[in-house]
Design a protein around this ligand. Structure first.
Ligand code: 5GP
Length: 113
């Protein structure tokens, strides 16, 4: 299987501005930010979409949520941030390696587009 774009970033084959790295996940700044803080948090395991995750992935999914909160706090936005997961092309997913968008630093309106 060819590596996903995000696997190449995880493996440092493609440069990115990393903000966090641990045993289970890597976070880096989005190349085309939609907010002053726009970070992508990706599991090292290349789960294509959230709907492809299974019971074995429960721990890593929980880890992603807790890590997202820590990253938002480290960015100075621990009290106001948004997490987005686009699942499937029709929902706006363009990179098929599960990722959380962490958005902060401006008013975030609801509903999103
Ligand atoms: P999706 O549309 O799949 O939910 O989100 C993919 C995100 O990856 C987009 O926000 C896009 O700007 C970001 N992205 C695409 N290519 C690159 C890249 O090469 N480097 C980084 N840092 N972000 C990327």
């Amino acid at each position: 299987m060819a590596k996903t774009l995000f696997e190449k970033i995880i493996d440092k084959e493609i440069p990115a501005t990393l903000v966090h790295e641990d045993e289970y996940c890597v976070a880096f700044r989005d190349i085309n930010p939609g907010a002053p803080v726009h970070i992508l948090l990706v599991p090292r395991k290349p789960i294509p979409r959230l709907c492809d995750a299974g019971a074995d992935d429960q721990a890593v999914l929980g880890h992603l949520m807790l890590t997202a909160s820590k990253i938002a706090a480290a960015e100075g936005h621990g009290e106001a941030y948004r997490l987005v997961v686009n699942n499937g092309a029709e929902a706006g997913q363009s990179v098929f390696h599960l990722h959380l968008h962490i958005l902060a630093g401006r008013p975030l309106h609801w509903p999103p587009g």
